[in-house]
Every structure is written in C-alpha cells, then in structure tokens.
Ligand binder design. Structure first.
Ligand code: ZN
Length: 489
C-alpha cells in the first residue's frame, strides 16, 4: 500500500474498524455497520464453504509459502531482479497447485532502481553513526560527501524565502514547511512553496521517518516527486533527525558525512503481473479476481506488505482445487507489480483487460497487513451489499462479518477496478502493528505475521470469493465518477 494512501485511510479504517492490537473485537449491534442478516447463502453453498475452510485449516500452505517468499527471495522492488524471481516463484507455485493459464503479463514500468550503500555519521559533536536509508529512486552521492547540516523549517512563505539561500550546499533536514491551511488559493500556495524548495541547491536532503523507535519507512518511484527535489535523499530515523535539529538549534554546526550509492537503471524496464486461473463451469466466462501485490519495499522482506495478501490468494486457489470444489465462474488470481509506485500494475491490468471488465463479477484485494479479515467496505456499492453479505455469511463465525458504509479510496489495487464501475473491495483487517511498525519499514518481516490470522484471512477471502463465484445473479456495474487518482510520494 502506498505511503500517502495509507495515511489517508489509516484514520478512516482505524476509527471505523480497529480494536487495539490483539484485542477482541466487541460485538456490534445490527445496523449500517453490521451486515450479518443482509443475505443468506443456500445450503449447498454453506457446506462447500465449510469444506473450503476445513481444507485451509488442516492443510493450509500460506504460511510455508510466505516463509519461502520472504526468506529465500526477500524484498521485491518493482523492476528488480528479485521481483523477477518472485514472479517466477509465484508462477511455479500456482502451477503446482493446479492453476491453468498461468502467465506473466508485462507492462512498461519506467527505470528500475537498485539499492546500494546508505551510510551517514556525524563528523563533530558526538560523532554518532546516523540511521539512514536512501530514498528509492533518488540520485546517489558522488562517493562519501560532507556538509554542514541545515534545517529547513519555516512558518510562512516569506520566512522560507529568507531562509533558502542559507541552505545552499548544505545537507538539509527537511522540517516543518508552511501550512497551506490559511491560504486563499491553496494549490497556488503549494506550487509556490514546492517551487522554492525544488530550486534550492541542497547538497543532499534528509527526510524524517514517519515512524518511531528507530524505524525507517521507504517510499518513492520512477518519476516520483520527492519533496526535496532531485538531490540525493535519505530517510533518517526520528531520533537521529531530532539529534541533528538539537545541534543546529544550539548553534553547534553539525557536519555530516553521507554516502548513498543506489542506482537508477539506464533504460526503462518492464514489470510483470502474475495471472492464473481456476476455470469455472457453466459461467466460466465470468470471473472473480482475488489478489494482492507481489512487489514490496526493500528495507524488510515485504512479509505483511503484501506477501500475506499474495499467499492468501494463492492458498484460496489451492484449497478450492484440493477440496474438489468446482466454481461456476472462473477464479482468477492476480498478483500485481508496481503497487507501491502508484497502483501501476492494477492500472495496467485494467487497461490491458478493458474488454473483459464487464465479465468480472467482483475483485477482492487483501493488502492491510497480516491481521484477521473482519469484513469488506461497501465502497458506495449499496447495490452489492446483499450479495456480498450472503457470500461471506459462512465466514461470519470466524469474525468476517462487517460491511461498513465506508470507501477506501486509492490505497490499493481494488481502486482502478472500482473507478471503472467494477465491484471491487479491499479487505478490512485487524491492524496489529501494521500502521505503527511494519508498513514500509525494516520491521516488515515474517516474524510479524501471525500464523492463525493468515489461516483465518485465507478462509475469509476464500469463502467470500466462493459465494461470489457461485451466486446466480451478476453483480451490477456502475459508471463511476472519476475521483482524483491516488498519489504517492
Ligand atoms: Zn501494500
């Protein structure tokens, strides 16, 4: 999930849904937030859903697959060699589990980026090594560089204008910029402010991490807009940014040595979505798409963002085959690339498959970490609520029972489908420590994944998909107005 999108939805989802980590969810009274009684699956569908859940509980492969993905391949930056290995891994896995038409679908990504060394230390004051990581897709330094630290912090545009010349040639800690809140013309205010910053001649920039506890969080992309302009840029931990700010405030003139050696490729590269089918029977021409994004950030191993979503989707296909179930519609698993750079893989998929969008019954995406799935957002699709409620009803007993009237805008790969009027939903999940710790940080590793939650998530995803695969009625399309595209930094 891209970083800014996450910030936008975090409050919505947390306020609407989330108990504190590992806390039991309280029962909600029936009402707009609860959909337990809105739809009822028929008896055969219930017993098949039960078989599916049993298969996942007793023979589930999701955790073992995730361990393989994280520990033998690891981080999967879009366009990287490791992403290529992961895509091939997923193809092999899906074939082994009985999927057909398993393929890589290429699309034009842009230039690839390879992480190198990220190193920084204070040359005066306490001489401490500083925790930094080069922001992806920003330029490298010419070997180790040295510079006095400057602090970019201003309350007004006038203050900013006065301050900027003093920051030329400095290694700049990006602090609080003037707020556009009071401005009469906010876009013009923002444009002027960013213009000022981007014209600056910083030697390098240090962006403070969003996370506490010495964690870093990555973002960026080819052609991405870095707040500091096109200069070597690193994310620095909150704690070490605070140290530098204190030294500047005290007039100690801190001097830092910084080395960032990540490289952008000479030529643009292609990225690949992984696509696999479990063909349906009498309605095989229609499909339910389930999936997540196979690409990840590279400070951790992409366990919760979004290895969990990928292995759950693979597991659902495996378990349906293994349980001997025969869906009416085709189940399609799609693992997208380029999600972290702006939902690029799902946008490319929607474009390439424009002619068949009308045959998609629904899209179910899982990309909110490792926690249990407790429901689906309505996404303004009240017309789909009874069907969705009926589909997930067999999973109500394992906690998948909410259909709140909220919309998750942008944020993950359901969005490009939703924008085209296809019923598309991103699973609502218990957050665990996703927002506070694992998302885009070095803590996104397998040890943060709760095995039982992975089983529950695959069951909830599988049961919901199973219902939608077999319902007699086709979910309605809707011509959506086109809201602004989601943005990523
Ligand atoms: Zn994600």
């Amino acid at each position: 999930m891209p970083r800014l999108a996450l910030l936008l939805i975090a409050s919505t989802v947390l306020l609407a849904q989330a108990p504190s980590p590992r806390e039991r969810r309280p029962e909600r009274p029936a009402g707009p937030m609860s959909a337990v009684n809105l739809g009822t699956p028929d008896a055969p569908s219930r017993s098949e859903a039960a078989r599916l859940m049993k298969e996942i509980a007793e023979h589930g492969r999701a955790y073992a697959d995730l361990e393989e993905l994280c520990d033998t391949i690891g981080p999967r930056l879009t366009g990287s060699e490791q992403y290529g290995r992961a895509a091939q891994w997923a193809v092999d896995k899906l074939k082994a589990y009985g999927a057909v038409n398993v393929r890589l679908e290429a699309w034009d990504f842009g230039k690839a980026w390879t992480r190198g060394v990220s190193r920084a230390r204070l040359l005066n004051a306490n001489g401490q090594a500083l925790e930094v990581a080069q922001m992806a897709w920003t330029p490298a330094t010419a070997g180790p560089i040295q510079g006095e630290v400057g602090l970019l912090e201003a309350k007004t545009l006038d203050e900013l204008k006065t301050l900027m010349p003093a920051l030329d040639g400095r290694i700049v800690v990006m602090g609080q910029l003037p707020s556009a809140r009071e401005a009469k013309d906010r876009p013009a205010f923002m444009a002027e402010m960013m213009g000022l910053v981007r014209q600056a001649k910083f030697k390098a920039a240090l962006l403070e991490s969003d996370k506490k506890d010495h964690m870093l969080n990555m973002s960026g992309g080819p052609g991405g807009r870095n707040r500091a302009g096109n200069v070597p840029t690193a994310i620095i931990t909150k704690e070490h940014a605070a140290l530098l700010k204190r030294l500047v405030a005290r007039g100690a003139k801190p001097v830092v040595e910084l080395e960032l050696s990540g490289k952008t490729s000479e030529a643009p590269v292609q990225a690949h979505n992984v696509v696999a089918d479990f063909p349906g029977t009498d309605k095989a021409g229609e499909m339910v798409i389930i999936g997540g994004h196979l690409d990840s950030w590279d400070l951790g191993t992409g366990a919760t963002d979004n290895g969990t979503g990928c292995v759950k989707a693979i597991e659902v296909l495996r378990a349906m085959k293994a349980a001997g179930l025969k869906p009416r519609r085709t189940l399609r698993v799609v693992l997208f690339a380029g999600e972290e750079q702006g939902l690029l893989g799902s946008r490319a998929y929607v474009k390439a498959h424009e002619a068949e969008l009308d045959r998609i019954q629904a899209v179910l995406i899982d990309d909110l970490g490792s926690g249990k799935i407790h429901g689906w957002p309505q996404m303004g699709r009240e017309d789909c609520v009874p069907s969705l409620a009926a589909a997930m009803a067999p999973a109500n007993g394992i906690g998948c029972k909410d259909l709140p009237a909220i919309t998750i805008s942008g944020a993950t790969d359901h969005w490009p489908f939703h924008q085209q009027g296809v019923p598309a939903f991103a699973a609502l999940q218990e957050p665990l420590d996703y927002f506070t710790h694992t998302h885009h940080s070095q803590a996104d590793t397998l040890d943060r994944v709760v095995k039982e939650d992975l089983v529950q998530g695959a069951q909830a995803l599988g049961v919901t998909a199973w219902g939608l695969l077999n319902q007699a009625e086709k979910l309605p399309r809707r011509a959506m107005e086109k809201p602004a595209a989601s943005t990523v930094q």
